[in-house]
Design a protein around this ligand. Structure first.
Ligand code: TXA
Ligand code: MG
Length: 366
């Protein structure tokens, strides 16, 4: 027999009546959860301080972590940013190429953006989503919408309406949703622009190469997750699972200067550990050894990194609901690689808080 518990949050399909309902919420200083092409957002009128406080409270987000502001186009974004001629040249090219789409621009803020959005920073994150519900919500509300990802702070991002219910089922909040999961399933790329300096603050769907193709004369810098672990909002406790989570790779025990007894002990302990772990693979790299683990899932059996990024959060949500397994081991195929491999590494590094295990090659079938 299934026990069905009451859901307070209201799931609204896309139609004009429901869009109106959500527009009213935004205009009345309430919160709304809405889809974007990357992940779901928890939105409020960016110009209403009380509404913004509600986001921080509901999400349990530290106040030093700023919010991205969603706009309908560059016309709207230009009201909330102030850029010099150098920056104008860069921004124009990026906006023409990538907006609407999964690229957030971190620009000097104008006086119309308050410190409660930027956590005191002089820069504001502006994003123009490529999703018809998000666009309609912004246009009809006639205000910029501040929205972090719709999850409790530090927990796994929501890319499907079912994920949202794990966090918000008991809240009185309207959720306007799509049946399909979010198109990319991973957050936008965040790009900081200051004079001629362009820095990727968070890797996402749009890669360094995509940006350099549009701006061949400019070098795009990249601030890796390892370098920025002290800045606000970049905590390593992101995307936390309810299981011990580690990255894994391999080591040849012959290379270690240890005696036979120690070696056998390590192999025995690792075997035991793996037997209580689920393996998150990529491109069938560990399929031959799947029986060494308690469970196995591949983010993309075809080795397609875009598909792997799309699947990541959904897989993590599913793992959270499995009870009798202690550990999750994520195969690190991504470190040191470019493009969306960097995006994946950023997310799994945070998810594991940088912890690693090396599995002796002596244990596996090559
Ligand atoms: O795809 C996305 O960007 C999604 C959808 C909903 O648009 N949003 C999203 O928001 O991922 P959030 O809050 O989960 O992540 C935004 C990140 C945070 O790490 C935050 O610290 C950073 O962007 N951020 C936002 N505004 C910033 C600012 N003014 N300066 C520096 N970092 C900023
Ligand atoms: Mg987030």
């Amino acid at each position: 027999m299934e026990i069905v518990s009451k859901i307070n949050a209201e799931l609204l399909e896309y139609n004009q009546k429901n869009i109106e309902k959500c527009v009213n919420d935004i205009n009345n200083g309430n919160l709304v959860i809405f889809p974007t092409e990357t992940v779901y957002g928890l939105g409020a009128n960016a110009l209403n301080e009380d509404a913004i406080n509600k986001i921080y409270k509901l999400k349990k987000r530290p106040k030093n972590n700023p919010l991205i502001v969603h706009v309908s186009d560059w016309n709207m974004a230009s009201i909330y940013s102030e850029i010099n001629n150098n920056e104008k040249h860069i921004v124009e090219k990026l906006v023409n190429e990538f907006w609407p789409g999964p690229l957030t621009l971190l620009l000097k803020k104008s006086k119309f953006i308050n410190n409660y959005i930027t956590a005191g920073s002089e820069f504001v994150g502006l994003r123009c989503p490529d999703n018809k519900i998000a666009q309609e919500l912004i246009r009809k509300s006639m205000c910029p919408i501040a929205a972090p990802s719709a999850n409790i702070s530090g927990k796994i991002t929501s890319t499907h309406y079912k994920h949202l219910l794990e966090y918000f089922r008991n809240e009185n909040i309207n959720i306007i949703y799509e049946k399909e999961p979010c198109r990319y399933g991973i957050e936008s790329t965040i790009l900081k622009i200051e004079n001629d300096n362009i820095t990727i603050i968070r890797p996402g769907v749009i890669t360094k190469k995509n940006i350099e193709n549009v701006l061949p004369e400019i070098t795009v810098n990249y601030k890796s997750v390892i370098q920025q672990s002290n800045s606000p909002g970049t905590d390593l406790s992101h995307y936390q699972l309810n299981k011990n989570t580690l990255l894994f790779n391999f080591i040849d025990m012959e290379l270690l200067d240890c005696d036979k007894n120690t070696m056998e002990n390590i192999i025995q302990m690792t075997t035991k550990y793996m037997d209580n772990s689920i393996c998150i693979d990529f491109g069938k790299k560990n399929i031959k050894n799947r029986d060494l683990f308690a469970g196995y899932v591949d983010l993309s059996a075809d080795g397609d990194i875009k598909e792997a990024c799309f699947n990541l959060y959904n897989v993590l949500h599913q793992l959270n609901s499995i009870d009798n397994i202690k550990n999750v081991l994520i195969f690190d195929f991504y470190y040191g690689k470019d493009g969306m491999y960097k995006t994946m590494f950023d997310r799994i590094f945070r998810c594991s808080a940088g912890k690693r295990i090396c599995i002796p090659t002596q244990l596996i079938k090559q």
